[in-house]
Structure formats: C-alpha cells, structure tokens
Design a protein around this ligand. Structure first.
Ligand code: NDP
Length: 331
C-alpha cells in the first residue's frame, strides 16, 4: 500500500486531497498544527494518521515526522499561509512559505530518501506577472513566472502572499536542480479555489480565504457596499485535489499543473446564486446582472491547454458556486 505524507492536512484543499487519497486506498499521514485538528480529521476520515508540525518555518520541522514513517514514498506539500491578516509579511507569509518548502524538501532528502515523488502546492500567484496584465497581454501558460523579488513582496499582505508563493515555488525548483534529490517533482498551481468544504465540520463562521469570497456575498446581504470586490479566475477544489493525485500517479515530471477553470468575478457569482438558489432571492445583492461578462472579458488570458490535456474537463463556475453556497446555507 502506497503511503502518502500530506503537509497541512487540515487545510481546505488538503482535506479534499486526503479524502480522495483515502477513498482510493492510499495510506495517509498528515501533518497538522494541533492535536485538536488531527483528532477532528480522524473523526471525519475512516483511516488517517497524523503528526504534529506546529510551524513549518522552523528548521528541521519535518525531521521527526519523517523519521517515524520510513515507508512514505509520496510527499504532498500543501502547508503554507494563505491569509492577509498581518503587517509582518516577512515572518507571517514569506518565511513560512519559502523556508517551509525548503525544510520539507531538506527533511525528505535527509530522512526519507525512499520518497520517489513530491508535489508542491504552488499557486497562480507564481504564474501571474508581478506587473499585471490585461486581455492584450500574452496569455499566461505553464511556463509563465511571477518575477517578484523578496524585497518587493514585503509591500503589504496581498503582495506578500503573491510573493510568498512565487518565491517558495522557485526555491523548490532550485532545490531540485542543486541538491539532486532521489525524488521527482511537480507543482500544482491553482487559481482562486471554490467548492464545498470536504466535511461539514469545515463550515466555520469565517471560511478559508478563497471560500470566504463567496461566503462574503451571503454575509453582505442586500448591502451592495459590503459585497467583496474580486475578479480573476476560479477552479473547483475537487479538481485541485484530482490534480494533486495526477501529479504523483502519472509519469509526468517537472511540470506545473496550472489548474484554472475559467474567469471569475463576484458579479458573475451573484448572478449564478440569484438565478439558481431561490431561497436566497431578495436576501443578497443583485448588483448589475450580466455586467460581469465585460469584467471577465478584460482579464489577462490563460492558456493552460497542457494541463487540461492531462486532467480533462473542469467543474464549471456555476456548479462550483452552487455547491459552495448550498453547503453554507445547509448549516
Ligand atoms: P488553508 O488556510 O485552508 O490551508 C493552509 C494550511 O497550511 C493549513 O492547514 C494551515 O494550518 C497550514 N499552515 C499555514 N502556515 C503554517 C505554518 N507556519 N506551519 C504549519 N502549517 C501551516 O488554505 P488552502 O487550503 O486554501 O491553501 C492550501 C495551499 O493551497 C496553500 O499552499 C495555498 O497557498 C495554496 N493555494 C490556495 C488557493 C486558494 O484559492 N485556496 C489558490 C492557490 C494556491 P492552520 O490552519 O492550522 O494554520
């Protein structure tokens, strides 16, 4: 039985990854930051073991966990801070993302040389050009890079998150090139991830950063000024989980899975909710129905045809939004 280590197992995306792994018969060891989170996952999943890794930024963070599980052959590194609640960008975002990734890879090389495959959860943040772009810019592909520097990343939490992911992914590829470990590597680079929580226990008052955008539409009620302003791209979390499995089950190596389902904007999400969920009629804003199309038309284009060829069709924005909202209102 293949044993898979998943860092940050209590995260929104990781819970779906772990759920899929368990359903396919993999043995899963997850790292979590507290006993409470580990025990909750043990309740939600039939078969799950965990190790405590309180802070991935601490040197040797994964050493003890990997020393214990000498039969792990696949390592999925999903743990990384995704929030904007800090003014200390360097310590709260950049360090855990970059050092956390290096620490994971270093521990694998030193204490788990039997590991054959590593998948790092990166982000479209590592793909977008730091200088922006619009519909007239060259399309973003699996080869595109955010060339932001460490210093530029310290500007504020939003820029810091983008930088943290770009620099962490660069550090991972650099490790592979210079340290020549036994394992091969792929990255999964999702854009904004929506979709239901893996387990109803994940439904908290405030959800993970990406899901909170949709939750924010509900929380704003009919007060349009409170509706979160956001546009970009979406992918459903169930497709992100599938990508993680493809990234180690297939023969693909040295590849960046750019998992982007299509364009997104909050107006479009409001239209989907208002058209499909009658119980919310009159309880959330309508904005300017249909006007989202123009916003989405002006976004930079993404050509992720190489990724799509490997993974097939993605869940639609409509389905992703409907499933997310239906789960939230079922609480
Ligand atoms: P979550 O916040 O739900 O998950 C992040 C996970 O990382 C949590 O388990 C968290 O633990 C853990 N973590 C964060 N910082 C540390 C640390 N210093 N030490 C140990 N563990 C830590 O977010 P997502 O599931 O959305 O994100 C998972 C991954 O996917 C991240 O790498 C993120 O950058 C990436 N991603 C997410 C996107 C999205 O839209 N959701 C888009 C693109 C990429 P705890 O909760 O206990 O703090």
């Amino acid at each position: 039985m293949v044993k898979v280590f998943v860092s940050g197992a209590s995260g929104f995306i990781a819970q779906h990854v772990v759920k899929l792994l368990v359903s396919k018969g993999y043995k899963v060891i997850g790292s979590v930051r507290s006993i409470e989170k580990g025990e909750q996952l043990k309740k939600d999943l039939v078969d799950f073991e965990y190790e405590i890794v309180e802070d991935i930024a601490v040197p040797g963070a994964f050493d003890e966990a990997l020393k214990k599980h000498t039969d792990v052959t696949v390592f999925l590194h999903t743990a990384s801070p995704f929030h904007y609640n800090t003014t200390d960008v360097e310590n709260d975002l950049l360090k855990p993302a970059i050092e956390g990734t290096k620490n994971a890879l270093k521990s694998i090389q030193e204490y788990a040389p039997q590991v054959e495959k590593v998948v790092v959860t990166s982000s479209m943040a590592a793909v977008y050009s730091a200088s922006g772009g619009d519909a007239s810019s060259p399309p973003l592909t699996e080869e595109s890079w955010n060339d932001i520097t460490f210093e530029e990343s310290k500007a504020n939490a939003r820029v810091g998150y983008l930088g943290s992911k770009a620099l962490a992914e660069k550090a991972a590829w650099e490790f592979l090139k210079t340290k020549k470990p036994n394992f091969t590597m792929n990255t999964v680079n999702p854009t904004l991830v929506f979709g239901p929580q893996a387990f109803p226990t994940g439904l908290k008052e405030t959800l993970n950063t990406s899901s909170e955008i949709l939750n924010g539409i509900l929380k704003a009620g009919t007060d349009e000024s409170k509706v979160p302003a956001r546009s970009g791209f979406y992918i459903d979390v169930r497709d992100v989980a599938k990508a993680h499995l493809h990234a180690f089950e297939s023969d693909v190596t040295n590849f960046r899975y750019v998992v982007v389902g299509g364009p997104f904007c909050v107006q479009e999400a409001m239209d989907i909710i208002n058209e499909n969920i009658p119980s919310l009629k009159g309880k959330i804003s309508v904005g300017e129905p249909g006007s989202g199309e123009e916003i989405m038309k002006n976004l930079v284009k993404v050509d992720n045809s190489k990724t799509r060829e490997l993974l097939g069709d993605f869940i639609s924005l409509e389905q992703s939004v409907i499933d997310s909202i239906n789960q939230i209102i079922s609480k």
